[in-house]
Design a protein around this ligand. Structure first.
Ligand SMILES: Nc1ncnc2c1ncn2[C@@H]1O[C@H](COP(=O)(O)OP(=O)(O)OP(=O)(O)O)[C@@H](O)[C@H]1O
Ligand SMILES: [Mg+2]
Length: 286
C-alpha cells in the first residue's frame, strides 16, 4: 500500500540521522534533529533574501526579505494578493523565484533543491484545503505519513515498531483525535481533518512548518483548539502561520510580519503592527 510514496533511489538528500544535538542551543529542541548538512547553530531556521517572483511582469514577490528563527512562531498577515501563498510556494520549491536567495539554516540553499527534497529536509506545508486520505482511518493516515518519512522507513521495513507506534499515539493525542483514531478520515469534521493533516506533517518531525490559513472554515471552538495546538508546538518547530482571522492571530501572535505587494510592510509585535499607519491603511483599517 505504501509503494506510492516511495522512491528508494532518491539519494539527493538523505534525511539526517537521529543525533541528539551536538550543536546545543536552540537547535537542540527541534523535533527533527539535523545533521551537519543543515546548520541551525546561529538560531536561524529560514532566511529569505530579496526574493522576487514575477508573473507576466507582475511582481507577486518584490525583493522580499525575512528571517525566521529556530523554534519561532511567526504570524504573517496582509491583504489578498500580498504574496503570502507565493512566499510559501518559493520556500517549498513549488515556484522558482526570478531573483533572490532562500536558505534553510545558515548555509543550505533551498533554491538548488526540488520540492520532494525540500520536504525531506524537514520543511512541511499545510495547504488551506485538508488533503487527508478519506477512505483510511485517522491512525492509517498517520501511519502513511510516517512511512513517507525515509528515516522511519529504513528501520521499520514497512512495519511499525514500538517507537513509531508511540509517535503516532503522541501525535493523535496532540491533535486531539485519540478517540477518533479508528474512524475514517472522511467522517471527520472540517476542523478535525485539518488537525489530522497537521498531525501527518508532525509525524514527520518537521523543522519548519508552514501553515496557510489553517483556521479558515473552522468553528470558533476548533479555532481555539488550533491556537492551543500551535502554541504547544512553539519552540519544538519553527512555525510560519498565514491567516486573515485576526482573533486567531491575536491568540497566537508573537512576532508578526505584514506583507503588502510582495514585500514586508511592517514587522513587530501585534500591537506595534496594529498601530502602524501604513498597516491600518492597507489592511487592518478596512
Ligand atoms: N501562478 C500564478 N500566475 C499568475 N499570477 C499569480 C500566480 N500565483 C499568484 N499570482 C498572483 O500573485 C499575487 C500574490 O498571490 P498570493 O496567492 O501569493 O497572495 P496571498 O497573499 O496568498 O493572498 P490571499 O490572502 O488572497 O491568499 C496575486 O496578485 C495573484 O493573483
Ligand atoms: Mg494565499
Amino acid at each position: 500500500m505504501y509503494q506510492v510514496v516511495m522512491d528508494e533511489d532518491e539519494a539527493v538528500l538523505e534525511a539526517p540521522e537521529q543525533q541528539e544535538s551536538a550543536a546545543g542551543g536552540q537547535s537542540a529542541s527541534f523535533g527533527r534533529v539535523v545533521s551537519d548538512e543543515v546548520d541551525f547553530s546561529h538560531g536561524v531556521a529560514l532566511y529569505v533574501d530579496e526574493v522576487t517572483v514575477a508573473f507576466d511582469g507582475f511582481r507577486a514577490l518584490n525583493a522580499l526579505s525575512l528571517t525566521i528563527d529556530a523554534g519561532e512562531l511567526r504570524c504573517i498577515i496582509g491583504p489578498n494578493g500580498a504574496g503570502k501563498t507565493t512566499m510559501m510556494d518559493v520556500i517549498t520549491g513549488k515556484t522558482p523565484p526570478d531573483a533572490g536567495r532562500v536558505f534553510f539554516g545558515q548555509t543550505f540553499d533551498l533554491l538548488r533543491l526540488r520540492e520532494p527534497d525540500i520536504a525531506r529536509l524537514g520543511i512541511g506545508r499545510k495547504f488551506q484545503k485538508p488533503t487527508v486520505f478519506e477512505a483510511m482511518t485517522v491512525f492509517e493516515n498517520l501511519e502513511l505519513a510516517l512511512a513517507a518519512d525515509k528515516r522511519a522507513r529504513r528501520s521499520i521495513a514497512w512495519r511499525l515498531d514500538d517507537a513509531q507506534r508511540d509517535r503516532i499515539a503522541q501525535t493523535v493525542e496532540l491533535i486531539r483525535l485519540r478517540e477518533h483514531a479508528d474512524r475514517l478520515a472522511g467522517e471527520l469534521s472540517h476542523g478535525q481533518k485539518q488537525w489530522l493533516e497537521i498531525g501527518m506533517l508532525l509525524a514527520q518531525e518537521p523543522v519548519l512548518l508552514l501553515l496557510d490559513e489553517p483556521v479558515a472554515g473552522m468553528t470558533d471552538e476548533e479555532t481555539e483548539r488550533t491556537a492551543e495546538l500551535l502554541l504547544t508546538l512553539e519552540g519544538k518547530h519553527s512555525l510560519v502561520v498565514v491567516e486573515h482571522d485576526m482573533a486567531f492571530i491575536e491568540r497566537i501572535a508573537r512576532k508578526v510580519t505584514v506583507l503588502h505587494e510582495g514585500s514586508v510592510l511592517a514587522e513587530g509585535s501585534l500591537a506595534e503592527v496594529q498601530a502602524d499607519e501604513r498597516v491600518i491603511e492597507v489592511y487592518l483599517g478596512r
